[in-house]
Design a protein around this ligand. Structure first.
Ligand code: NAD
Ligand code: ZN
Length: 368
């Protein structure tokens, strides 16, 4: 069952990605083997190789994925072979202080950049990014890292539920608790920011103001529910105040991870409003606030980790909404690619072209 399969391997910061043959890790008693069907390319994958995050190299990238369970460890229950599953890159231990205090997204076991053995390449042990390593045709993960979903859910959408959608929609609904009629602005219209826009529409928010430097993101954002688009190069905070009776928005979501946009998002929220940092920036980026403005504006500034949710609860719920037709996520996918096209997807991401690229492991389905 563990014949070599293709995978995308990163060997160090700035090193070119390699497409390798990997022998997946041995199945432990608590593990499942998953035949990966689809895997989205998330900016966090890029952040693992550009020095923003510090994984243990060599590492198989990919963490936003869905597939079919093909083998079960001896002690696994609650999931069966043939089940369609979404991968969870922060599977909670259910035992630490955070898990026992209903904050599984802050689970002690998945704090920081977690790597687990992915298998061997030419006899050398390689790691799995965020404990998943989904840019691989087959993976072995603990059973708690998979969430079963209905088989009728398209695999490419199921994959996105595992990161961009849980994160973006969770930031809006769980972290910020956006309510109907509240105003929202979102910076950065990649998979995560566009999901936040979709979450704001689902919550009945309005206006929903989408901000990006790439003008072609306007069409995508409006398909997902944005009511306004602002090109993120001018006086964005002023334009946002102009759309909100001079006040600023109730909720601002920064989905890029840059100090300037974090600062603008905070400045664009109303007095007493809140700014949520969803983007992940490097340790070297600092954001500053003066003491008087912190007091005067009475804003909350917080971050959202994996949508402040519980994938075991939220993934099935999101899947249900998609199947019922009340959550339309199809516009999120702009490129369907093969595993060897991941480096090109990174280039598109760097220049802000498109939204999600999704690797389809069945080569015949890719390329559309
Ligand atoms: P992406 O690269 O697909 O999208 C980023 C978008 O930001 C692009 O549309 C780009 O044009 C835009 N952008 C870049 N600079 C800008 C600027 N100065 N002003 C306005 N727009 C600008 O990224 P993604 O995959 O959607 O991920 C977004 C961020 O979310 C990343 O930092 C990623 O690491 C992070 N993330 C966080 C979590 C979490 O748990 N909080 C989970 C997943 C991803
Ligand atoms: Zn991600």
């Amino acid at each position: 069952m563990s014949a070599a399969v293709q995978a995308v391997l990163a060997t160090g910061v700035g090193e070119p990605l390699q497409i390798v043959e990997i022998e997946p890790a041995r199945l432990g008693p608590g593990d499942v083997r998953v035949q990966v069907a689809a895997a989205g390319v998330c900016h966090s994958d890029l952040s693992l190789v550009n020095g923003t995050l510090s994984p243990e190299f060599p590492v198989v990238l990919g963490h936003e994925a869905a597939g079919v369970v093909v083998e079960l460890g001896a002690e696994v229950s609650g999931v069966g072979t043939g089940d369609h599953v979404v991968l969870n890159w922060a599977a909670a231990c259910r035992q630490c202080w955070f898990c026992l205090h209903a904050e599984p997204w802050l689970c002690k076991a998945v704090e920081g950049v977690v790597t687990a053995p992915a298998g061997r390449v030419d006899g050398v042990r390689v790691n799995a990014a965020l404990g998943v390593g989904a840019f691989s045709q087959q993976i072995v993960v603990p059973a708690r890292s998979v969430v079963p979903v209905p088989a009728e859910l398209p695999m490419e959408i199921a994959a996105l539920l595992g990161c961009a959608v849980l994160t973006g929609i969770g930031a809006v609904r769980n972290t910020a608790g956006v309510r109907a009629g509240e105003s929202v602005a979102v910076w950065g219209l990649g998979g995560v920011g566009l999901s936040a826009v979709a979450g704001a529409r689902w919550a009945g928010a309005g206006p929903i103001i989408a901000v990006d430097i790439r003008p072609e993101k306007e069409v995508l954002a409006k398909q997902l529910g944005a009511t306004h688009f602002i090109r993120g190069e001018g006086p964005v905070a002023k334009e946002i105040r102009g759309l909100t009776d001079g006040r600023g928005v109730d909720h601002a979501f920064e989905c890029i991870g840059r100090p300037d946009t974090i600062r603008t998002a905070w400045q664009s929220s109303r007095r007493g409003g809140q700014a949520v940092v969803v983007g992940v920036g490097p340790r070297s980026s600092e954001v500053s606030f003066n003491a008087l403005e912190l007091f005067h504006f009475n804003r909350r500034l917080t971050s959202s980790v994996y949508g402040s949710g519980d994938p075991d609860r939220d993934v099935p719920l999101l899947a249900q909404q998609v199947l019922a037709g009340s959550l339309r996520l199809a516009p999120l996918i702009t490129h369907r690619i093969r595993i060897e096209d991941v480096p090109a997807a990174f280039d598109r991401m760097l220049s802000g072209v498109g939204a999600r690229s999704v690797v389809l492991m069945d080569a015949a389905a890719a390329g559309s």
